[in-house]
Ligand binder design. Structure first.
Ligand code: PMP
Length: 362
């Protein structure tokens, strides 16, 4: 039998949780609260739903492979040109396109300890070599990352804010770092959670693009824009990189429904504002509740918070599950005492806090 490439043979499939309905059946409980995948608890934008519904009428046709309408909306919204944009089936798709376009077997890819789980997957799938740098305070240690760059380094991933730790890099340190990166190293700045950050010194990667020809910024509609189930994200980069990414992109990789909904939600600034406000209030609620329970957490800039439960987290995760609250254990990240909790609706956050108090008391 034909063997997969060495990189693929060493991979393990991504372990997604069971569907909520299936868990409810298994555990014999209803109304499970899922705070595990950094989804938007607000429900989709009404405008996005109406646009997706209308797009169903074209379901017999292939989608617009170039995503003309969405690119035009992105141009208006962010001031980017169409030849700087690559659309993806979620930003995970875009991360994979980047790896496929640029990595040869044996090339080195630098990313940090506690970085997003997809970076090692796309690296290894291309039989490239992951160079994992030690974190600083659970975030990126840019000095260590700069020192890890060699002649063989081709890509470097930074998530800002980072998932699963929620840490963020500010503009000055990021720019000082980018200034030191050799041009042949492509820096991927993954800004999946950028909309949640309102600090004045937080960088906007899109504004940095003109200054760095080796920079790719990735964004998603899955988080603050509330369209995770439709799968749409994009990369913004200079036209030369964009041309290469589009060469490896599957035609029709983003569905009609996703294109239409993303275009519509970009015009729904109220929705974005409500998402961000709900998140801010929920973050405060969780921080206060955790402090009351005497638990430490990593201050987060995203739509989730990573909590130190000060004991092995896996049994806590399982006990929370039995209480009907799904969160994310971070054992695979070698954070065996941490759980990541996505910010939910006020009543969902409350339910989590009450369940946690009960579980930790046992
Ligand atoms: N980057 C980061 C840092 C993420 O946390 C996620 C989602 N968990 C993604 C990218 C991918 O999101 P999507 O494919 O839904 O756009």
């Amino acid at each position: 039998m034909a063997l997969a490439t060495p990189g693929v043979q060493g991979l393990h499939p991504y372990e997604a949780g069971k569907p909520v309905e299936e868990l409810e059946r298994e555990l014999g409980i209803s109304n499970i609260v899922k705070l595990a995948s950094n989804e938007n608890p607000l429900g989709p934008s009404g405008r996005a739903m109406a646009a997706a519904q209308a797009a169903l009428a074209d379901a017999t046709r292939y989608p617009d492979s170039n995503g003309f309408g969405l690119k035009r909306a992105l141009q208006r919204h962010y001031g980017l040109a169409a030849n700087q944009l690559t659309l993806g089936n979620g930003s995970n798709d875009v991360l994979e396109l980047i790896a496929r376009a640029f990595l040869n077997p044996g090339d080195e890819v630098v990313f940090s300890e506690y970085a997003f789980a997809v970076y090692p997957i796309v690296t290894q799938a291309c039989s490239a070599t992951a160079v994992v740098t030690p974190a600083r305070d659970y975030g990126h240690n840019l000095q260590a990352m700069a020192e890890a760059i060699t002649e063989r380094t081709r890509l470097l991933f930074i998530a800002n804010p980072n998932n699963p730790t929620g840490t963020a890099l500010m503009r000055d340190e990021l720019v000082a770092f980018l200034d030191t990166v050799p041009e042949q190293v492509i820096v991927v700045l993954d800004e999946a959670y950028t909309e949640y950050v309102d600090q004045a010194d937080f960088p906007d990667g899109l504004e940095l693009l003109p200054r760095y020809p080796n920079l790719i910024v990735t964004r998603t509609f899955s988080k603050a824009w509330g369209l995770a189930g439709l799968r749409v994200g994009f990369a913004a980069a200079n036209p030369v990189i964009t041309d290469l990414l589009n060469r490896v992109r599957q035609p029709f990789n983003v569905s009609h429904l996703a294109l239409a909904a993303a275009e519509a939600v970009l015009a729904d600034s109220d929705y974005l504002q409500r998402s961000v406000e709900l998140n801010r209030a929920g973050m405060q609620q969780l921080e206060e509740g955790l402090k009351l329970q005497g638990l430490g957490f990593i201050p987060s800039f995203g739509n989730f918070i990573t909590v130190d439960v000060a004991r092995p987290a896996q049994p806590v995760f399982e006990a929370l599950l039995r209480e009907g609250v799904i969160v994310r254990p971070l054992g695979p990240y070698r954070m065996p005492q941490h759980l990541r909790i996505s910010i939910g609706l006020p009543e969902e956050n409350d339910r989590f806090l009450r369940a946690l108090r009960q579980v930790l008391a046992c």
